[in-house]
Ligand binder design. Structure first.
Ligand SMILES: Cc1cc2nc3c(=O)[nH]c(=O)nc-3n(C[C@H](O)[C@H](O)[C@H](O)COP(=O)(O)O)c2cc1C
Length: 325
C-alpha cells in the first residue's frame, strides 16, 4: 500500500481526496455513501452571515456535457450553522473545512471571527469566486488587490488555516494566487465553476432563471487542470485542485501538476460513492507504478519549465512506453 497522507500547511490529511463545497451538503448527510473516515477532509457548503434563499428556479441545468448551476449560495446562515451543524460534525473522523462566502470584505472578516473559536473546525475555505452572486461580478473574485484585502481581513480575525478558493473566470489566475498568498492564505483552492449558459432554442428560454451560471463537471477538467498548474507554478503554498475530477487518474493528473490534494464536486451527483472509493483507486494506481508515497509525484509534471516554487524532491520512474498504432 502506498502512503497517501499529505500535508496542507500545518494540517495533515489522511489522503488527498476531499469533497468540494456545495456538492456534499455539510458532509454527514452523505455518510451513507461516504463515511468521513474514508477521505482527507469534508468541505462544507458555503455559509454566509445571514440566511440566503438562493436564486429563483430553475437553478440546475444539465447540458450535453457537464452541469450548470445558479444555486446562489442558499444556506441558513452562520447562526444556524453554529447551532446545528458544528455540534453534528464535531468528532467526525476527518478534518472539517468550513467554506465561507460574503458580499463584502467586512462580512468575510466577521464570519472568520465567529468561526475562530470552533474547535470542531480545522480550516476556513474563503469562497472568493462564486459566479452566482451578483453574476460573479464581485470584485474580490477577479481583482487581485481586492482578493488580498479579503484574505488580510480574514487573517486578522482567525488563527485557523485559510484556503482561498479562486475563480477560473480571470485572465491570469496565477496573479490571484500570488495576491492571496501574500495576504496570508495557507492554501489556494483552484477552481470554482466557469461561467456558462444554456438556451432551449425552441422556446428561447435560458436553462437557468439567472441566465448565466456556474459550469462544472468532467468537461471542465482540462481548464481546471491548467488553472491549478498555473497556481502551483505561481505560489509556494499548497494548491488544492478542483474541477471535473471523477476518477483516480484525474486526481493524479492534478497532483502531478503540483496540487497537494483534490476536491470532487459534480461527479458526486452522478456517483455519490465515488469519493469514498477514490483513495483506494489512487492507491492501486500508485502501487501499479511502484510509487510508495503519493507525495513523491506532487509537482512532477515535465512541463519543461524547471522547478516550481515549492517543488518537493521528485523521484519518478520513466513512463512505460505506449504502443502506437
Ligand atoms: C450544485 C453546485 C453547488 C455549488 N456550491 C458551491 C458553494 O456553495 N461554494 C463553493 O465554494 N463552491 C460551490 N460549488 C463549486 C464546486 O465546489 C466546485 O468548485 C466546482 O463545481 C468545480 O468542481 P467539479 O467540476 O468537480 O464540480 C458548487 C458546485 C455545484 C455543481
Amino acid at each position: 500500500m502506498a502512503s497517501l497522507r499529505v500535508p496542507i500547511g500545518r494540517l495533515s490529511l489522511r489522503n488527498p481526496v476531499l469533497s468540494a463545497s456545495g456538492t456534499f451538503g455539510h458532509g454527514l448527510e452523505m455518510a451513507g455513501f461516504c463515511p468521513p473516515s474514508a477521505i482527507g477532509a469534508l468541505v462544507s457548503k458555503t455559509v454566509t452571515l445571514r440566511p440566503r434563499p438562493g436564486n429563483p428556479l430553475p437553478r440546475l441545468c444539465e447540458t450535453s456535457g457537464g452541469l450548470l448551476n445558479s444555486i446562489g449560495l442558499e444556506n441558513r446562515g452562520i447562526d444556524a450553522y453554529l447551532r446545528d451543524v458544528v455540534p453534528a460534525v464535531r468528532g467526525a473522523d476527518t478534518l472539517i473545512v468550513t467554506n465561507i462566502g460574503a458580499e463584502s470584505p467586512a462580512d468575510f472578516a466577521e464570519l472568520a471571527e465567529r468561526l475562530d473559536g470552533c474547535d470542531a473546525i480545522d480550516a476556513l475555505e474563503v469562497n472568493l469566486s462564486c459566479p452566482n452572486v451578483q453574476g460573479g461580478k464581485l470584485p474580490f473574485g477577479t481583482d487581485p488587490a481586492m482578493a488580498a484585502r479579503v484574505i488580510e481581513l480574514v487573517r486578522a480575525r482567525t488563527s485557523k488555516p485559510i484556503w482561498a478558493k479562486l475563480s477560473p473566470n480571470v485572465a491570469r489566475i496565477g496573479e490571484m494566487a500570488k495576491a492571496v498568498e501574500g495576504a496570508g492564505a495557507d492554501a489556494v483552492t483552484a477552481v470554482n465553476t466557469l461561467l456558462g449558459m444554456a438556451i432551449d432554442w425552441k422556446s428561447g428560454k435560458p436553462g437557468l432563471a439567472t441566465v448565466q451560471g456556474g459550469y462544472s463537471g468532467p468537461p471542465i477538467k482540462p481548464i481546471a487542470l491548467r488553472c491549478a498548474w498555473e497556481c502551483a507554478r505561481a505560489v509556494a503554498i499548497p494548491v488544492i485542485g478542483c474541477g471535473g475530477i471523477r476518477c483516480a487518474s484525474d486526481a493524479l493528473e492534478f497532483l502531478v501538476a503540483g496540487c497537494a490534494a483534490v476536491q470532487v464536486g459534480t461527479w458526486s451527483f452522478a456517483d455519490p460513492g465515488a469519493l469514498a472509493r477514490l483513495p483506494g483507486e489512487i492507491d492501486a494506481l500508485l502501487d501499479g507504478a511502484s510509487i510508495a508515497d503519493v507525495r513523491s509525484i506532487i509537482g512532477s509534471v515535465r512541463d519543461g519549465l524547471g522547478p516550481r516554487h515549492a517543488a518537493p524532491s521528485i523521484a519518478r520512474a520513466e513512463p512505460r512506453p505506449v504502443a502506437s498504432t
